[in-house]
Design a binder for this molecule. Structure first.
Ligand code: SDX
Length: 426
């Protein structure tokens, strides 16, 4: 019996089975059960894949117990402090941080690819005024597969990198156009003189003709601190291993579908309030709680097994400790509170929730800590970004992670994702 295997005994039949242990470079090993059904005639069962590794990957590493997150081996705290979002995109896509010249070239390419086809603008215009920007984003990105159909069969590395740069560059424009559409105001085209993150804020805020707001003491330009805050938020959201939306992207990619419709499917999966939609729900929930004196009542509701109410922004499938991104955002909040108009009332309620929950046995025993969505909304509100745009902000940050994971998946011979079931029907 090899020591690099696990043995399973079926006590019903007294049959013995051996399965190989495959070791990770960091984190848990896996038991290779790919031949489990063939050898045992049974399926394994793991609803929600709580103990199942679905793929091999070298992109992102999470240690849920330690509250550790690394992109290509670099801790998220280092990237958020010392690098910008485009550097992080380059790191995820190419496996290393860019040199100064490589960053210049990458930045130049992203700026010049940020425009979208005028016909796509008409698709966005065809949505009802009250359309949620996430519905426009998922539709718009799916439509991009028609404008760039050649990416269905990316033959070489250059074509793959072009496919990735295009989607990273265009999603902020589709998101900004969706926002302007929801307000019924003319869209603002990208400005290639502005950096990735500044350009996004510009497309949200500028007046027709690209003019920034005039106030009594001059033009209200976009502040450096605002650009740094949003750029950090994009970096913190860039990738996160095999979460629900990334698993969706890989699943759609596994059928051989166009990469951009796989990203569109990821956008749809992210929208749910149990996933990326939580950032919008957190702020709505803080509003609903309304005052620190109501916190205890809502904590009790969250603990009540018969009450569907959940504390949005709390808990995580992997982190059984503080989400390191939540820590970074909390630090950012503290840095910003003297520079930006942070909503102190909402922050007061959020801090009270955190204080009560982190001492409450129900949350402590279930390792329920604040996650990334608990803190992002207060900062986005201070950046004058409206709530329906919170999850699109998550999409802009995460697009590089989705496309990187898709490219990794398709680099090796891949199998179509097709799990089985425990049948309980007639
Ligand atoms: C993201 O996976 C990722 O990496 C996602 C993400 C990424 O970057 O891609 O990190 C982004 O999606 C963050 C999570 C945002 N969602 C929320 O904040 C919504 C609120 N959180 C929950 O819905 C929940 O915590 C999940 C969905 C995040 C995790 O759910 P799990 O892992 O399936 O855990 P579970 O539902 O089995 O909960 C375990 C226990 C249950 O109680 P018991 O049945 O043991 O009595 O904890 C309870 C749950 O009822 N619980 C909560 C709770 N979260 C879990 N109770 C109250 N409030 C909560 N928020």
């Amino acid at each position: 019996m090899s020591k690099d295997t696990v043995t399973m005994i079926n006590n019903r039949t007294e049959e013995k089975f051996e399965f190989d242990i495959l070791d990770a470079t960091r984190g848990p090993s896996v038991v290779d059960i790919s031949k489990f059904y063939k050898e045992t005639g049974m399926f394994t069962f793991d609803e929600g894949y709580t103990s199942t590794a679905s793929c091999r990957s070298k992109v992102t590493y999470i240690d849920g117990q330690q509250g550790e997150l690394r992109y290509r081996g670099i801790p998220i705290e280092e990237l958020a402090e010392n690098h910008n979002y485009l550097e992080t995109c380059f790191l995820l896509l190419r496996g290393k941080l860019p040199s100064a010249d490589e960053l210049l070239d990458f930045d130049y390419e992203i700026r010049h690819r940020s425009f979208i086809d005028e016909n796509l603008k008409q698709l966005i215009d065809s949505f009802p005024d009250n359309a949620h920007p996430m519905s426009i984003l998922s539709s718009g990105v799916s439509a991009l597969s028609s404008f760039y159909y050649e990416h269905l069969k990316n033959n070489d590395e250059e074509a793959k990198q072009e496919m990735a740069s295009r989607i990273i560059a265009k999603i902020p424009t589709v998101a900004a156009f969706a926002y302007r559409k929801s307000l019924g105001i003319p869209i603002i085209y990208p400005d290639i003189e502005r950096s990735f993150t500044e350009n996004f804020l510009y497309m949200l805020r500028a007046y027709p003709g690209g003019k920034m707001k005039r106030t009594l003491n001059g033009v209200e330009e976009i502040k450096e601190i605002e650009i740094k805050a949003l750029d950090t938020i994009f970096t913190l959201h860039a990738d996160h291993e095999q979460n629900a939306s990334t698993t969706t992207v890989r699943t759609v990619a596994s059928t051989g579908a166009h990469p951009y419709v796989a990203i569109s499917a990821g956008i749809s999966a992210l929208w749910g309030r149990a996933h990326g939609g939580a950032n919008e729900s957190v702020i709505s929930q803080l509003d609903m709680i309304g005052d620190v004196k109501n916190v205890d009542k809502y904590i009790a509701k969250a603990k009540d097994p018969n009450d569907p109410f959940r504390l949005m922004g709390f808990g995580h499938r992997v982190y059984k400790n503080f989400d390191p991104r939540a820590k970074a955002l909390k630090k950012l909040q503290d840095q910003l509170k003297n520079e930006l108009d942070l909503d102190s009332h909402l922050m007061e309620i959020a801090h009270k929730i955190e204080e009560v929950a982190l001492q409450d046995e129900y949350f402590v025993s279930r390792n329920l800590y604040p996650n990334i969505d608990f803190y992002s909304g207060v900062i986005l509100t201070a950046l004058k970004i409206n709530r329906p745009m919170f999850t699109p902000i998550f999409v802009i940050g995460r697009t590089v992670g989705w496309i990187t994971q898709l490219m990794e998946f398709r680099r090796t011979p891949y199998k179509i994702t097709r799990p089985r079931q425990l049948y309980l029907g007639k």
